[in-house]
Design a protein around this ligand. Structure first.
Ligand SMILES: [Zn+2]
Length: 91
């Protein structure tokens, strides 16, 4: 029987075949190709958002209280991304 190796992606938690994961030597990556791609995209967008956040916050702090809430939400996203970057660098 042509048994296909199955693995659960640690990010989307979906069981996929080994073809859906990149391999490192003879070991498979812990997240699937799809998540890896969307990860990269998310990081790119978030970095951009962080830059915008940094330049906009000082401005909005003075003018619109309502905008601050939106920016705070954006900042939570930035914090999460930065933390994941730091964890990677520390590893
Ligand atoms: Zn996945």
């Amino acid at each position: 029987m042509g048994e296909t190796l199955k693995k659960i992606c640690t990010k989307c938690l979906v069981e996929k075949s080994s073809n859906d994961f990149y391999s490192k030597g003879n070991r498979l990556d812990s997240i699937c190709k799809e998540c890896k791609r969307s990860n990269r995209k998310a990081k790119y967008v978030s970095k951009k958002q962080c830059d915008e956040f940094n330049s906009l916050t000082a401005f909005f702090e003075i003018i619109f209280d309502s905008e601050i809430e939106e920016l705070k939400r954006l900042n939570q996203n930035c914090d999460r991304i930065l933390r994941s970057h730091q964890q990677k660098e520390a590893a």
